[in-house]
Design a protein around this ligand. Structure first.
Ligand SMILES: [Zn+2]
Ligand SMILES: [Zn+2]
Ligand SMILES: [Zn+2]
Length: 161
């Protein structure tokens, strides 16, 4: 595919040292951006930036969790803010949010990792507080619908820590 004048570099290809660029496509729910390398080779998809700040963020910001590329997600509902989501979602939950003025917020602190999950060995994440006010270690592969790891949360004794 010939690269049109002014086409944006694909952020995922850039991170992974390929030559992809972004092409605007029309889908059932409106326009979106897709990588010229295609779904198999790259698979980058994004909403179309509405302004220069969003475009710059999509091209330059790295995932706060895995350092990978991020895609722009525009809010589907009024009153919600746009955000950047890691291209590895749902395996990676890294995200960066825009504030009401459309500026990118500081990254939210990464969750504290704990001992490996007793069931699957994935490092657990600190969650909480629960209604009791206590924090607990929870497996990141746990899913509320029961499709993930079924390990039980491990309560953290704050007095001991
Ligand atoms: Zn790409
Ligand atoms: Zn990530
Ligand atoms: Zn687990």
């Amino acid at each position: 595919m010939a690269r049109p004048e002014g086409a944006l570099d694909c952020p995922k290809c850039k991170a992974e040292k390929r030559e992809g660029f972004l092409v605007e496509r029309a889908g059932a729910s409106g326009k979106f951006l897709a990588c010229s390398q295609g779904r198999e080779a790259c698979g980058f998809l994004s909403d179309v930036p509405k302004n220069a700040k969003q475009r710059k963020a999509m091209l330059q910001i790295k995932c706060p969790s895995c350092e990978g590329a991020m895609r722009l997600r525009l809010p589907k509902e009024k009153g919600k803010n746009a955000f950047l989501s890691c291209v590895r979602f749902p395996e990676c939950r890294g995200a960066r949010w825009f504030d009401e003025q459309g500026a990118l917020e500081e990254p939210r602190p990464a969750p504290v990792t704990g001992p490996p999950c007793a069931q699957c060995g994935t490092p657990t994440l600190k969650r909480g507080p629960a209604s009791s006010g206590s924090y607990f270690w929870s497996c990141p592969r746990w899913r509320s619908d029961g499709t993930g790891c079924n390990s039980k949360p491990v309560w953290i004794n704050e007095a001991q820590a």
